[in-house]
Ligand binder design. Sequence first.
Ligand code: NDP
Ligand code: MG
Length: 385
Amino acid sequence: MTSSPKGVVLLGATGSIGRSTLRVIDRQGDRFRLVAMTAGSRGESLDELAAAMNPDYVVLARRPSERFEPGWTGEWRYGREALAEAAADPAADLVVNALVGYAGLESTLAALGAGHRLALANKESLVAGGDLVLDAWRDGPGELIPVDSEHSAIHQCLAGRPPREVSRLILTASGGPFRELPSDRFGDIQPEDALAHPTWSMGDKITIDSATMANKALEVIEAHLLFDVPYEKIEVVVHPSSIVHSFVEFRDGSTIAQMGHPSMEIPILYALSGPERLPNEYRNFDPVADGPLVFESLRSEQFPMFELGVSAGRAGGTQPAAYNAANEVAVRSFLDHRLSFPGIPEVVEDVLTRMTPRPVTSIEDVEAADFEARTLARESVIRLN
Ligand code: NDP
Ligand code: MG
């Protein structure tokens, strides 16, 4: 290889996407180099990863207790400001945002504002920030490449063709662990049941979002924003084996799909290197052994989080941020056994009907909506309890 290694800032290194990204980078030899790795509060995990990967520095967003004594002797930085500074670090060629939740918005804006190529896993920041993120992307020299497998698929199928040539985007959904469960049994679902996803191994928050179908609603909004395709032209189909990652139907009648075994390492590698295709270790797709490819309709009446999210997306303004914030509070409450599984959409619906949608013109508008939705959601959880 002749070119110098690409500098990567990896936000959320200790998470599921973060660790997959480290495996991808490690296997690519000296093609990539870690400028920085960050975590939220798990200093010990970050310490181990830093010792293995030796970045220029690490950031822990939450200050640890005085007893924390890292073994890795490189540079440690602490606090939210240090996290946003890492996202904008001029030494980076690309930034991977693998943070979870609204907490990733500041970093998304900082990376795009600094003109970086942003490999975005943190869909919540795009959904909540909406036009603010799109403006930061369009105003600068930065690039936004999706890591989410469906959006990576659509990005690859589109291959740069403009939205006017697209007649439909069809996102696939695995259907989650309760695809076939009768809805009168949803009240019995415990966090442990919902955390057992059939095809993907992921962080807790997105695993619950996949079980409620909130994840698919977030992804419809994500697709609308990323690809500038109206909601009427975005559909979802359930595909339990998660081999086809999504389809793009063009106006000439051609439908293009992107496929592969369900491993996030493939879209992560593409987000790092695309459009160049780098060699990778992967399991071959075998059309005979892996067939037949089965598709079915989404039972959206059983999974109200889907329609609630898509309606919030269509309403626009602050409603997607409110949906996202209410969902984050509801999911945390469910994981802590303070809310039932059917309580998640009840809380979110309650919050959305009580909030007044407002236009988003600044980060303060988003912050205010996020704060209000969280406050209302906490009240709603207590009422339902
Ligand atoms: P995880 O929960 O596994 O990891 C989240 C990471 O973010 C951890 O490194 C965590 O640090 C850090 N973090 C959490 N909260 C904060 C905070 N307040 N400030 C700073 N850092 C924080 O999540 P996933 O890897 O599963 O998901 C990451 C994102 O990617 C999500 O937006 C998800 O929707 C998206 N995504 C994930 C997929 C997957 O397969 N997992 C697939 C497609 C999209 P610590 O370890 O210290 O808590
Ligand atoms: Mg996805």
